[in-house]
Design a protein around this ligand. Structure first.
Ligand code: 5GP
Length: 208
């Protein structure tokens, strides 16, 4: 049987929702997944490396690539452009690799439109808003005005959580990652993805 296509796995959360730590832990546990690296026009933060967390582009180059159709989806988030490069993602899915995408709710919506039920959408939520605010304030890269903007944004994003397939509450990192793993495992076992497996294992079924 041909290797089944990989699953596009979207992990979204409001910023400060703890998604990055989940992402890092997942990447440690699962080196076999392909982690999509987005392009962005946002300035690089301390410790970030071009090509690792993001491909950092100026606006002209981002727009050039967008017009050329290089992105599967693009969105403006917190005043900057973000885009998912199409080629690497499509090639990984074709090789049967699951692809993990860290995108916002607009990105989740686009991925759902492109891949339909083939995509798995997971929304990570913080335990409550007070924790979210604490996490945002603790991030030294965020100015106070930015914290308020991100809090308002977070509420808008949280309202869209029901559009996702699963919701994971991130109060304990290891448990949250266990839950993400459980959801991915279950997704692989969907009967719709395993159409060929019955025929392959039970050829007798075709004879009756
Ligand atoms: P940050 O700038 O803090 O790394 O990310 C800000 C937001 O942009 C996060 O919610 C992140 O998930 C989202 N984001 C990152 N890359 C992409 C992308 O390629 N497309 C979309 N739609 N959102 C993205």
């Amino acid at each position: 049987m041909d290797k089944p296509r990989g699953i596009p796995i979207v992990i979204s959360s409001p910023s400060g929702g703890g998604k990055t730590s989940i992402y890092v832990e997942l990447a440690q546990r699962h080196t076999e997944f392909f982690y999509s690296v987005s392009a962005t026009t946002r300035p690089r933060r301390a410790g970030e490396e071009n090509g690792v967390q993001y491909h950092f582009l100026d606006e002209a180059e981002f727009m050039r690539r967008r017009t050329a159709g290089d992105f599967l989806e693009t969105a403006r988030v917190h005043g900057h452009w973000y885009g998912t490069p199409r080629g690497p993602l499509e090639r990984a899915l074709g090789r049967g690799k699951d692809v993990v995408l860290d995108v916002d709710v607009q990105g989740g919506d686009s991925i759902r439109r492109v891949y339909g039920d083939e995509a798995l959408l997971i929304f990570v939520v913080p335990p409550n808003l007070a924790t979210l605010r604490e996490r945002l304030v603790r991030r030294r890269s965020e100015e106070p005005a930015l914290v308020e903007r991100r809090m308002a944004n977070a509420l808008d994003e949280l309202r869209r959580a029901p559009e996702y397939d699963y919701i994971v509450v991130n109060d304990d990192l290891r448990r949250a990652v266990d839950e993400v793993e459980a959801v991915i495992t279950a997704e692989h076992l969907r009967s719709s993805r395993l159409a060929g497996i019955l025929d392959e294992r039970f050829p007798e079924l075709g004879e009756g």
